[in-house]
Design a binder for this molecule. Structure first.
Ligand SMILES: [Zn+2]
Length: 255
């Protein structure tokens, strides 16, 4: 497994400083979160690309811009968010993009179905054309999006993924909060291709906990070799990030 840091934690910094802090912490890999780009022209992706290449960091995954559609009229916006995120993933040579269902949990089932079909009917072929794999993330209670447990994720996949092409981004923090860790792993272990790692409320793991030990060995036993992406709350201090990094380096070495 490869340790990686989501750059969303430093989303207030401009891209060059954002990457510089991550280099200072001596991470080699990142997940690029689209929330670090604000109100930019689409050509802003070239600036991100230049900054990444000169930093020497490797972008293993990209987190799509997030938009949870409440009404079918908003489908175009979700499609745009998905497509510009995919363009950014291509520019940063990220082979994988983490994506939410793009539909609000407040939409009725019928509307949800229609929106999911229309959104992914455009995003999936575009991702395929660019050679980027999509990985659907499990969400938490406080997310406005739909897709927090196996039942909801199955509903989504039955509509948008009958060919079983999508991967899964397993978010450990969300799964702890919604109490569906085992349920998700047992159902999707073959399809997991990214892991978002944090304790509840995106707090860092400073020390080993029984849940953490268990999930890492479970992933290892399932043959998982992809990224362990630290996705931490922006209030996490630099000292805490350093401690978390040391802890995970030890834990991953021990597997
Ligand atoms: Zn996440």
């Amino acid at each position: 497994m490869k340790l990686s840091l989501s750059n969303g934690i430093f989303s207030k910094l401009k891209v060059n400083s954002n990457f510089a802090v991550i280099k200072d912490l001596s991470f080699e890999n990142i997940e690029f979160n689209m929330k670090t780009i604000k109100k930019e022209n689409d050509t802003g992706v070239y600036r991100e690309q230049k900054a990444l290449f000169s930093s020497g960091l490797k972008c293993l995954t990209l987190h799509s811009a997030v938009f949870h559609v409440k009404d079918p009229i908003e489908v175009h916006q979700a499609v745009y968010y998905g497509k510009i995120s995919l363009e950014c993933a291509r520019a940063l040579c990220a082979p994988l993009m983490t994506i939410h269902s793009n539909v609000s949990k407040k939409t009725p089932k019928k509307v949800r179905e229609q929106c999911l079909q229309n959104i992914f009917g455009e995003i999936k072929p575009f991702a395929k054309k660019l050679g980027i794999k999509l990985a659907l993330e499990n969400l938490s209670h406080n997310s406005s999006g739909f897709g927090k447990n196996v039942e909801e994720i199955e509903e989504i996949l039955d509509i948008i993924d009958t060919d079983e092409e999508l991967g899964i981004t397993f978010d450990f923090c969300h799964a702890l909060e919604t109490k569906v860790v085992d349920e998700l792993i047992d159902k999707y272990y073959r399809r997991i291709c990214n892991v978002h790692m944090a304790n509840k409320a995106h707090k860092p793991f400073i020390k080993e906990t029984p849940e953490l030990t268990k999930i890492l060995s479970k992933l290892h036993n399932c043959g998982y070799e992809g990224p362990i992406t630290l996705e931490l709350d922006s209030k996490t201090s630099i000292e805490e990030i350093k401690k978390t990094k040391v802890l995970f380096e030890q834990l991953l070495r021990r597997l």
